[in-house]
Design a protein around this ligand. Structure first.
Ligand SMILES: NC(=O)c1ccc[n+]([C@@H]2O[C@H](COP(=O)([O-])OP(=O)(O)OC[C@H]3O[C@@H](n4cnc5c(N)ncnc54)[C@H](OP(=O)(O)O)[C@@H]3O)[C@@H](O)[C@H]2O)c1
Length: 244
């Protein structure tokens, strides 16, 4: 299976990347990034790193490199919710990828990392972080809509999914203290390895429901980790990245 990833330099995207590398079902990884990654990552023969000048323009050469992909896990994003990063970049990817998907005549799964607080109802009054939450909610709407409204472009093979985690926590090692973990009692949380595993699992197997809330992400991620961990590459070490 060939997977396209973004956000691989980030907290969540780096865990998605690590798990994809360790998963024997994933044979090819294309990482779209704005800055180079470390040399030991780029040495891996199954990984191709593509440095993007911008995330709007997709050259003919780049389109050729994306050919054959089965899924994309879009982990790029900002906490504050910037319109270009949250909406324009992913939509530009969808439009560039759709004709390839139509030619391939096989399902293509696009998994978009959003957040619990993203608000799809654009007229709802929000008490905090209102603009960013509306922008992220608008991105969700446009990505979900892309599956139906652009059928002519992707030939009906496109599947959009949205993950809406609450607080994402680093995987704890025994004895580690995580000051924010108590907060999850009130707002919910998911460990970063569970979130990554859930998104990869949706990329591999699809899902009846296009939107995953935090509890669904946790459930799917735990189930996927239970199934997949034993066949992961022995080099895979559960994440220990810092929280933010
Ligand atoms: N962390 C959480 O608890 C949490 C919870 C719910 C939802 N989320 C959402 O999940 C997404 C990722 O979160 P995260 O914690 O992994 O964030 P992060 O560590 O800041 O990573 C963000 C990623 O996006 C990339 N990026 C940001 N601005 C970019 C730009 N202008 N052009 C190209 N790439 C850009 C970064 O690349 P560079 O390294 O090059 O900057 C990085 O790879 C965000 O949308 C966030 O709102 C996070």
């Amino acid at each position: 299976m060939k997977v396209i990833l973004t956000g691989v330099t980030g907290f969540i995207g780096s865990e998605v990347f690590t798990q994809c590398c360790a998963n024997p079902a994933i044979t090819s990884i294309i990482a779209l990034t704005r800055r180079p990654l470390s040399a030991n990552i780029t040495k891996d023969p199954q990984v191709e790193i593509i440095i993007m000048k911008d995330f709007i323009t997709y050259s003919k050469e780049l389109i050729e490199q994306l050919e054959g992909a089965d899924a994309c896990i879009w982990s790029m994003g900002t906490k504050e919710g910037r319109r270009d990063i949250e909406i324009d970049y992913p939509l530009a990817f969808c439009h560039a990828m759709a004709p390839i998907v139509a030619r391939q005549k096989k399902p293509f799964r696009y998994i978009h990392l959003s957040g619990r607080l993203a608000e799809q109802d654009q007229s709802r009054c929000l008490l905090f972080l209102s603009e960013g939450r509306r922008i992220k909610g608008k991105a969700e709407l446009e990505i979900l809509d892309f599956e139906n409204s652009e059928e002519e472009l992707h030939g009906g093979y496109w599947q959009s999914y949205i993950a809406k985690p609450s607080m994402v926590l680093k995987q704890q090692k025994r004895g580690d203290k995580c000051e924010l973990r108590w907060l999850s009692v009130f707002i919910g949380s998911v460990d970063v390895d569970e979130l990554a595993a859930a998104m990869i699992d949706v990329g591999r197997n699809g899902s009846e429901e296009p939107v995953f809330n935090n509890a669904e992400v946790v459930m799917r991620g735990r189930a996927a980790l239970d199934t997949d961990l034993e066949c992961y590459d022995p080099g895979y070490v559960k994440s220990s990245w810092s929280l933010w």
